[in-house]
Design a protein around this ligand. Structure first.
Ligand SMILES: NC(=O)c1ccc[n+]([C@@H]2O[C@H](COP(=O)([O-])OP(=O)(O)OC[C@H]3O[C@@H](n4cnc5c(N)ncnc54)[C@H](OP(=O)(O)O)[C@@H]3O)[C@@H](O)[C@H]2O)c1
Length: 305
């Protein structure tokens, strides 16, 4: 018999099974937990367990329904997540689909001893893929890793120039991650303004989300679950790539010092917006334990995309 959370998710994601996955990019589900005041973590990014047991089980069902699950390096370093399905009934009659963990990590800051790599080494998880900047990427960096900054210089335009020793540092980090079992995938970076929280208008350098999705689709990923954190949520919402957003809303208030994601998209039609502008509208809402789970789907001009 289907679990209620599993049945709910199969229903909200049924359009996926009804139509073939595009060749160009995977189906993208953005899913995270937030407080009533739209915070996903505490002050200074302190991890908060917002979801109750029932909605956590829903999230783990959701993971089984995706080929891969993606987080940013901020989350990987802060929370050391496992991204597995350990809250589901055990043992299952048939093995659950374990999504492949993917970390967006421009400069390969991931620790080779993180739980994702340990689980892979112990046969308890799939091989993590770490997506970093292409080695010939010439885009200037706004910040460096601890190793990189020591060798950086600033030009008159405010851009950083890097010495070959940085490449060596990155190569060494790449090697130790590969030795720990990670697959490293390189993609180009893009410059963005104001999307990544740089309110002063400065540009930041980030891995290009459309490029990542093209690469992942080429590697056979048909469905991708994006779990955060704050910057990753913002970056995915800033591109026309997310099909469904599933938010667990916990009945708590975190306060102004909590970490928010400041959505760059809206649900209601914005004044003066073009009819083709993508927005997200409510598709379903269900209560799991103490939490409300709200499903939003992308629409353009009133039509589902
Ligand atoms: N409530 C929830 O459901 C939930 C879920 C997940 C995480 N969280 C919380 O979120 C917090 C972490 O959020 P965060 O914003 O600090 O980190 P994050 O979003 O996990 O990762 C951000 C980092 O990813 C890298 N990155 C590479 N390409 C990127 C792109 N295109 N767009 C954005 N980032 C890109 C950047 O670092 P580099 O430049 O070094 O690559 C960036 O600093 C933690 O407190 C965690 O507990 C909450």
């Amino acid at each position: 018999m289907e679990d209620p959370a599993q049945a709910f998710l199969l229903d909200v994601l049924k359009h996926r099974s009804a139509s073939p996955c595009p060749d160009t990019q995977p189906y993208v589900t953005l899913s995270f937990a937030q407080s009533l005041d739209a915070k996903i973590a505490g002050a200074h990014g302190r991890q908060l367990i917002l979801s109750g047991k029932e909605s956590m089980i829903m999230t783990h069902w959701l993971r089984t329904m995706h080929d891969a699950i993606l987080v940013g390096i901020g989350t990987a370093l802060n929370d050391d997540p496992q991204l597995n399905v350990r809250y589901l009934p055990h043992p299952p009659e048939t093995p659950y689909n374990l999504p492949r963990p993917i970390i967006l990590d421009t400069d390969l800051r991931l620790s080779p001893t993180c739980k994702l790599l340990q689980n892979y080494q112990n046969g308890k998880g799939r091989r993590p893929w770490v997506i970093c900047a292409a080695s010939d990427d010439a885009t200037p960096k706004p910040k460096g890793t601890s190793a990189s900054t020591t060798t950086a210089e600033t030009t008159s335009t405010g851009h950083h120039q890097y010495h070959p020793s940085e490449d060596i540092d990155k190569l060494l980090r790449k090697r130790s991650l590969e030795e720990a079992g990670a697959r490293i995938i390189q993609v180009p970076t893009s410059q963005r303004r104001n999307v990544q929280g740089h309110a002063d208008g400065t540009a930041s350098r980030h891995l290009s989300i459309p490029e990542i999705l093209t690469v992942l689709r080429d590697l056979g990923v048909r469905s991708l679950m994006v779990e955060g954190g704050a910057q990753i949520i913002r970056s995915f919402l800033a591109e026309p790539v997310v099909d469904v957003v599933i938010i667990t809303v916990a009945p708590v208030l975190v306060g102004k010092d909590g970490t928010g994601y400041e959505s760059p998209v809206v649900s209601l039609p914005a004044e003066g917006a073009s009819p083709s502008q993508r927005r997200f509208v409510q598709k379903a809402t269900r209560v799991f334990g103490k939490d409300a789970v709200v499903v939003l789907e992308a629409v353009t001009g009133g039509q589902s995309v």
